[in-house]
Design a protein around this ligand. Structure first.
Ligand SMILES: [Zn+2]
Length: 431
């Protein structure tokens, strides 16, 4: 950056030409799409009126205050998330690490103690103390503990029981149910692969047939669906692809078809991403969709693709930053889906994660920044497989790889030390 304000894409004359054309056929979704574009147009117009120098600003201090308060106390509005309390820990802690705000040792210790109470006696973590173990809060709890990254945090995780829990949700076809007696979808394969790889309990037997099951989720659109045969969706596409990266099998996807699908999900007018074809823009897909681009970049690089850029991802990084900074910030802190929606910790986490991806290209060896606005907008990089900061991934892998893989009781006669994958493969996933 040369210190001059970057000309904003949404200020350009041609920007309005990017708006939706319904070809004279009005439908429920075309009406909604036009409504969203009008609300964004309004935001841009007001911004133009009050800023002679367009320098979109990340409201760091406001977001920090909002997050800090959330870690201590949640309003009654969060009662409905009583079964997602480890998620709240993860969303808030990850947002804070992206903002490079340290977590006080006493607070970190309290979070560890709370998550320990969410750990089920049968292994894995539940949405709250005394509830049943479930793969989603298990993923969130392990990520939150790895972000804290202290011995106390690592020691919370009972790895032997965690492996028992993963076996209890494994299905004969290679898929996983979210909890015992629960539903199957590709989120579960990702949550299982993520926690197993971070904590060094990943065995080939545990993920037998998982690759072929995930591959069946990629459909004619190019993206992945929750289970084979359904509509492609951003969250599921990320989960399936990231799981395959952990298992070292992402090359088995139709990478170009996935690339085509995901880049078509970045909205021409809004700059943010939609989750599915013909849906509205939403800030949280800044991570679930844009997060696929680093995974695809690396996968295509490994395939020997010669046309790859060494400067930028294959999406419009500036347009996404404009959408997040202009349309997704609550002036009192916290981020959101789209103008007119209210803030919450989920959207705060995934808008900031997406902003970080759009600002940071590459990995530690090859790193290029593209920060829209002032230098103070800079966020820490995030690991595109685990969505925690890369040094926290490396630190967790280092810690848990000193410990032996627990005896996989269900594994009949597998050779000792026959493990998947190479941990470096996952930690270098940005390359
Ligand atoms: Zn959303």
């Amino acid at each position: 950056m040369d210190g001059l304000p970057t000309p904003l894409r949404c200020f350009r004359d041609g920007h309005s030409a990017e708006s939706f054309v319904d070809d004279g056929v009005e439908t429920v979704t075309s009406v909604e799409q036009k409504k969203v574009e009008r609300s964004i147009e309004e935001v841009i117009t007001v911004y133009k009126q009050i800023h002679s120098l367009p320098q979109p600003t990340l409201l760091r201090e406001q977001h920090y205050q909002y997050l800090k308060k959330g870690l201590r106390h949640l309003s009654d509005a969060y009662e409905c998330l009583d079964a997602s309390r480890p998620w709240l820990c993860f969303w808030i802690l990850h947002s804070l690490e992206l903002l490079e705000e340290p977590i006080p040792a006493a607070v970190a210790s309290e979070v560890c103690q709370f998550l320990a109470r969410c750990q089920s006696p049968t292994g894995g973590f539940a949405g709250g103390p005394g509830q049943h173990a479930h793969l989603a809060p298990t993923y969130a709890a392990v990520n939150a503990l790895c972000i804290i990254g202290t011995e106390e945090a690592y020691d919370v995780i009972d790895r032997e029981k965690l492996l028992d829990f993963l076996w209890s949700v494994k299905q004969p076809d290679g898929s996983f149910v979210m909890h015992v007696g629960g539903e199957v979808d590709v989120r579960s394969a990702y949550c299982a692969a993520s926690v197993a790889s971070l904590t060094n309990i990943l065995t080939p037997k545990l993920f037998e047939d998982t690759t072929s099951w995930i591959l069946r989720c990629q459909n004619w659109e190019g993206g992945l669906s929750g289970v084979p045969g359904l509509e492609a969706h951003g969250g599921y596409s990320f989960c399936g692809t990231a799981a395959l990266v952990i298992l070292g099998k992402e090359h088995m996807l139709d990478l170009k078809a996935l690339l085509r699908w995901v880049v078509s999900r970045q909205m021409r007018f809004e700059g943010g991403f939609q989750g599915r074809c013909n849906k509205l823009v939403d800030g949280c897909y800044s991570f679930w969709q844009a997060g696929l681009l680093p995974l695809l970049h690396r996968a295509l690089f490994k395939e020997g693709e010669s046309e790859l850029s060494c400067q930028r991802w294959m999406f419009d990084q500036q347009a996404l930053q404009e959408y997040i900074l202009l349309c997704c910030q609550n002036p009192n802190g916290g981020l959101l889906d789209k103008p007119g929606k209210s803030r919450d910790f989920y959207h705060t986490c995934y808008c900031l994660s997406g902003l970080s991806l759009a600002q940071n290209f590459g990995n530690v060896d090859l790193h290029r920044e593209m920060i829209l606005g002032k230098e103070e907008n800079r966020l820490a990089p995030t690991h595109p497989v685990y969505n925690i900061c890369p040094e926290k991934v490396a630190q967790a892998l280092q810690h848990f790889h000193r410990l032996p893989v627990p005896d996989d009781k269900t594994q009949a006669g597998g050779p000792a030390g026959d493990r998947l994958p190479d941990p470096d493969a996952a930690s270098n996933a940005q390359s």
